[in-house]
Design a protein around this ligand. Structure first.
Ligand code: URA
Length: 410
């Protein structure tokens, strides 16, 4: 294989064969193909795109770069959810125990915050003691016992994706549909799922700004799942305002606890139930019943305990992670809240320390926003649009400035 010729062919709009793609991925994973060549190829793919056959070959080659999970025979259907990332999106924490209550196995592999969007692993780690590292044998025992684990990507799952993603992150090649599809779906296919529901977000706080872009990405993701034996259902959901009333790690876990105790906000509840119904083919009402009966909350407590978390901390997380500066952002005048820009809230939450600016940054579990009002709410002059939780008075002031233009009251 002559790598420069393959790069040139892609650069000039030609097509690579499955065997060529597989050799490129293998060579890159083993170190035989240097980062310079893979970066050039990623940029060629960014500009030229990939055919469906090329995307499928890239996805499978990345899946096969590591361990592909084999489940024991005659075990319940394995189900998972993937969201392309939103602001205040804590659905996974509620959906995973709900699906387990219905007898599914939920071997959920989650990520950390990416850009302005939060990550399930960071949220879970705000629970004292919670361990996101679940070795394979332990994960299987946990599924047999309680039907759910929530863990990070292990070192042997799709190493090609880990390497390529790190390269894309620093070469301006993240927003390419074939590269995103191969990255997300190689990991999902390596989990050997039976069913997957995709929540592709669009809007001010999403990676995809328009519904048309989200449709194109969603169709490519769902196609890759369905062609490879994972029954994949797609939902396109708006992300113009944050989901629920909180943004920030411990604040979001607290809101998830309230939702699991059947006291959750309407938008978060509706989306969670819709995704549960979509992946399970069961009516949303059966999942609502698990919230009302306390079964979902009980399952979440079991999950936290199984992964060494302190379940007694769940109802006092806001006290455990109390930010030193907590102050309202008052409405400058009375009226109806007609816009609250999720993207601006996400950027401000990263500035406060709830997310990372570079991969090695620590995450501050305490900071973020609570009491976020929903678009359409009436506000009196001086009433809080939201409450800022900051580490210092200076950080709170910066968030106030950042959010000055993030909302409209009419
Ligand atoms: N998430 C991933 O895992 N990969 C991408 O390329 C984008 C989002």
């Amino acid at each position: 294989m002559h790598v420069p010729l393959l790069i040139e062919r892609k650069r000039d709009g030609g097509e690579l064969s499955p065997a060529e793609i597989q050799a490129l991925v293998e060579g890159f994973t083993s170190g035989a193909i240097p980062e310079a060549q893979m970066s050039a190829l990623a940029m060629a793919i960014f500009f030229r795109g990939m055919s469906e056959a090329e995307t499928a070959a890239l996805t499978l080659a990345m899946r096969d770069s590591g361990r592909v999970h084999r489940w024991p025979a005659n075990t319940p259907p394995k189900v998972d959810k993937h969201s392309t990332g939103g602001i205040g999106d804590k659905v996974s924490l509620i959906l995973a125990p709900l699906l387990a209550c219905e007898g599914f196995w939920v071997p959920m592999i989650s990520g950390r915050g990416l850009g302005i969007t939060g990550g399930t692993l960071d949220k879970l780690e705000s629970i004292p003691g919670f361990r996101v590292n679940v070795p394979e044998a332990e994960g299987l025992r946990q599924l047999e016992r309680i039907g759910v684990f929530m863990a990070g990507q292990t070192a042997d799952l799709c190493p090609a994706d880990r390497k390529l993603y790190a390269l894309r992150d620093v070469t301006g090649t993240v927003p390419s549909i074939p590269l995103i599809v191969a990255s997300i779906m190689s990991k999902k296919l390596a989990e050997s799922l039976d069913r997957l529901v995709l929540d592709v977000k669009f809007g001010l706080g999403a990676f995809m700004k328009t519904r048309a872009e989200a449709e194109a990405l969603g169709a490519a993701l769902a196609g890759a799942g369905n062609r490879n034996g994972v029954r994949t259902t797609l939902r396109l959901t708006p992300m113009d305002e944050p989901l629920g009333h909180t943004v920030g790690n411990a604040l979001e876990v607290s809101e998830s606890v309230a939702t699991l105790q059947n006291r959750g906000p309407a938008d978060l509840l509706a989306l969670t139930l819709e995704l549960c119904a979509a992946v399970s083919d069961r009516p949303a009402s059966v999942f609502a019943a698990h919230l009302a009966s306390g079964a979902a909350w009980e399952r979440f407590v079991q999950l936290v305990e199984a992964q060494s978390g302190d379940a007694t901390a769940l109802e006092r997380l806001n006290a455990i992670h109390a930010a030193p500066v907590i102050e309202p952002l008052p409405a400058p005048r009375a009226g109806i809240l007609s816009r609250l820009d999720a993207g601006a809230i996400g950027r401000a939450s990263v500035q406060l320390g709830a997310g990372r600016k570079v991969a090695t940054d620590p995450v501050d579990f305490a900071v973020g926003f609570s009491g976020i009002r929903k678009v359409g709410s009436p506000l009196a002059e001086g009433e809080p649009v939201l409450t800022i939780h900051a580490r210092t008075a200076g950080a709170a002031a910066a968030a106030r400035t950042e959010l000055g233009a993030a909302f409209t009251i009419e």
